[in-house]
Design a binder for this molecule. Sequence first.
Ligand code: ATP
Length: 355
Amino acid sequence: MKLLFLNPPHSPSSKLQSLFSFHPLFPPPNNHGPISSTHHKPTRWSPMASSAAAHHRLRRGAKVVVIMGATGCGKSRLSIDLASLFPSEVINSDKMQVYRGLDITTNKITPAERHGVPHHLLGSFDPDDGEMSPSLFRSLGHAAISGVASRGNLPLLVGGSNSFIHALLVERFDLETDVFGGLISPAGPELRYDCCFLWVDVSLPVLEDYLSKRVDDMLDAGMFEELAQYYDPGRTDPGGRTGLRKAIGVPEFDRYFKKHLPRRVGQGGDDWAREDAYEEAVREIKENTRLLARRQVGKILRLRSCGWELRRLDATEAFRLAVGGGGGGGRWRDVWEGQVVGPSVKIVNRFLQEK
Ligand code: ATP
């Protein structure tokens, strides 16, 4: 259920535009305007005119906007909203979305939804090459941030994997430390970049409602068929715990496929056992997604309690309207803009003006 992407074309309202006070690093758009276009043109109003300026910024730690939040809370949507105002490129920090494949199951933002905003580390890692470790993500992420900043664009780090975000951002990364497990503080005050943290938060009961519907929509969009194709009965370690095979949906449906041919309930035959197994897999996916969201919020709170200055954006009302449907219709977008995008624009604007 990608409700938050349902309103084409993407164009921030004039209310939002008025919030946007232009900064020398991000001078005003040319006549084309940054907002009316649905295609991102990152170089059209270059925020750093010379590569010397970009190098200077890199040396003292590039400015990075980090969009955090539990699965499904609208991080991607917010990143595209911000990218329509600030010339930006997105660096994915969802540990399942870094892999190529299972686009529906891992809920990757689609090319159409990206509105031309360049995305990095999204579906670019071959799952057969093994598991993306936090330290590999740290070095690939650093290269991506450097590349974005050297092009004069704002790096937006977007994704729900807090261990990846932590590994990439901390000044000193210790491979051996279980940052969220032990008593050791996961977040020292020192970061490698000049970071602005936006935390999109949705109250858990409302988010869980949304996530349950999102799973139904993902199934309607072809998640089952995608997983059926991915399932390999000859695999020595079906449902194993490495890389992409950890994605929610894979182990749950592997158990189903082991007992039943990859045919969806209702596609011929009325096999009760099949139907029960299918419903069980869907129930497990919903439950595991719910647990993931709770764990992610726990990790975000931990980072905040250790000194990361997270700016919380409350998207609960927008989600309540979006999930409720009916009267919610177009209203959710106004609320989303008013309560999430608008405050984020102000925060990012201020952040970019800081020396
Ligand atoms: P952990 O330390 O538990 O791995 P993390 O913060 O590094 O947490 P998360 O993003 O919370 O990483 O992912 C934890 C697990 O949640 C993944 O191993 C996977 O099972 C599931 N998961 C995360 N993101 C997705 C996704 N986009 N699609 C499907 N499953 C996901």
